[in-house]
Write a protein of this length. Sequence first.
Length: 319
Amino acid sequence: MKKPVVSVIFPLKEHHVRILREAATEAEFRLEPLSQMSDPELAEITCLCGNPPASLLPKLTGLKLLQLNSAGVSSCYLAPGALPEGAELCNASGAYGPGIAEHMLGMLLALTKKLHLYRDSQRLADWTDHGEVVSIQGSRTLVVGLGDIGSEFGKRMAMLGSCVTGIRRTDAPKPEWLDSQYTLADLDRLLPEADFVFFALPETPATIGLMNRERIGRMKKGAFLLNAGRGTVLDTEALCDAVESGSLGGAGLDVTDPEPLPSDHRMWQLPNILLTPHVSGGFHLPETHDRIVQICAQNLRACLNGQLLCHIVNRKEGY
């Protein structure tokens, strides 16, 4: 009987390899890039950990499990027939919350205390006082998307003294740290009340363009918007207009639409928009990297032993 074949195509450290091999002792591991494999070798892969190029999906005919290393799920993996019949699709939801929450909190602190402006002044040796700043204590925060990432951010804002309201897709028990909880139907009503609005939404037909020009216009004057989900949730030009006009106090974005942001886009030059190039997640924080590997190990063990998988993607919902 042939051994199951496990392919891992995201970066691994030595201790990660040990963890994965211990989870699937009966499997043959292939750690080289898929581009280095022949078509027959691709067809032998039983479990693949990582995010393969869409062009190679038709060649993975023996696949039983595609374990993504991302929390978000590209539409190419959700299309009918993209994966062999019976193959499970799982993501790494739960791995990224603390790392992304800390990154976005750092962005918010920089914006509210005008550290980005002082950094610009520092480069010019300019001893300028940039004026009033904003406090998190006593503020109101609206978290749109109460998954792992949104919850971790909301918890941190609550600990800093903000009154946190959460929006989730469906009703569920309210966590103790959350002051109030609603669904997306209440978004328009809640936007004008928030000093800080944080988005942590996946890209789905329901979320693309959700924060359009009208809704950006509903936000409280001087409020700050942060996005750590997908850039397509926001109307980019409307956001730039709102920040440039002073209607919004600023924005912190780790994701943009389009992405990468073109080098000639005006957003680069707006002083009160703080940008990072989709780096709050990934493998930048060792703890996040370890969490991704642990999720892969758990699902490898489950798949090869006929057990229940975790983090199964709802292909209809897209996450």
